[in-house]
Design a protein around this ligand. Structure first.
Ligand code: R5P
Length: 297
């Protein structure tokens, strides 16, 4: 048989090429991420919902410097049941390997800095895991503290840039976290500075705190997505209002911990936060949802 005899008829072959339909050249749904490589984008698209452009990350990494934090004493019992309701989990590699089921389909973002305990100067951090291990663990990203204005500011910046260089080699997004010293002013001016520095130095997204005045200037002056950290435990309505205001003012979601796992109904709370973030549910409606789900337990 000749090669010619196996070819399809010319008119049918032509139809298969659909030459009159140009290949689409789509952009990418996340701010500032459209020129990243495929692996990096794919990891971001697992962490952030491509439909809403937002994420509900559940932060449970607190033990890396403060041990068994209230609500995280038994991650197997308290946190594993919440995993279905988050878009991504932010945890340490120790908890991932020892407690989080490997069957989980959720993206895992890993805490990659550490060193000092709560008993010492917190800005005295180092990179605390190899990028090779993040790849081995099939992580969707890594997170690192940056202490702008802190005692070890320069080192924490260098930690981040080294991690970013390692991440770029393998397509691993780095989340830079604005860590604020206890005696520093938490205002929009400070967070504009810290978030912009983190983005300019190459982080693919930034985690920072909400401020009542001018948060929209923090998000608008940061060229990559911002996720809001929750901070200390608030009454549920206040936490839902903060999450609502953050996403309405340009945040690409939240990375909340204590306001979820220290709630007296964590499962109800994370579902209410999810509705606020992905469906723009108003805070009072989200509180109603929280109360309803809480009483269904
Ligand atoms: C902060 O150091 C921790 O790494 C947490 O990931 C972060 O603070 C978010 O958790 P929370 O909402 O409890 O502040």
């Amino acid at each position: 048989m000749t090669g010619h005899a196996t070819m399809p008829e010319a008119d049918i072959e032509g139809a298969r090429y659909q030459a009159d339909t140009p290949q689409a050249a789509p952009g990418f749904f996340l701010k500032g991420s459209h020129q990243l490589d495929w692996g990096m984008k794919n990891r971001l698209a697992r962490t952030f919902n491509p439909q809403s452009g937002r994420t509900v990350m559940l932060a449970v990494d607190h033990g890396y410097f403060q041990g068994p934090t209230t609500g995280l004493e038994r991650i197997d019992l308290a946190i594993v049941p919440l995993i279905p309701y988050c878009d991504a989990l932010f945890c340490t590699r120790g908890i991932l390997r020892s407690v989080i089921p490997a069957e989980s389909q959720k993206p895992m973002v890993l805490r990659a800095s550490g060193g000092p305990s709560i008993l010492k100067e917190l800005s005295d951090e180092q990179i605390a895991m190899d990028m090779e291990d993040a790849v081995r663990l099939n992580a969707a990203g890594v997170g690192i503290q940056v202490f702008v204005g802190g005692e070890f500011e320069t080192r924490s910046i260098h930690n981040m840039t080294k991690l970013i260089d390692a991440g770029l080699r393998v397509g691993m997004p780095v989340m830079g976290v604005t860590a604020v010293g206890t005696n520093m002013v938490r205002d929009a001016r400070y967070f504009r500075l810290a978030c912009r520095m983190i983005a300019e130095l190459g982080a693919q997204y930034v985690k920072t705190y909400f401020v009542d005045d001018g948060f929209e200037t923090v998000t608008s002056s940061c060229p990559v997505p911002i996720v809001m950290a929750g901070g200390k435990k608030l009454p549920e309505l206040d936490a839902l209002t903060m999450a609502y205001n953050a996403v309405q003012q340009g945040a690409a979601g939240v990375d909340m911990g204590r306001n979820i796992f220290q709630s007296d109904a964590p499962s109800a709370m994370i579902q209410a936060v999810h509705a606020v973030v992905h469906k723009n549910m108003k805070p009072k409606d989200a509180l109603d949802m929280f109360e309803t789900l809480k009483h269904q337990r």
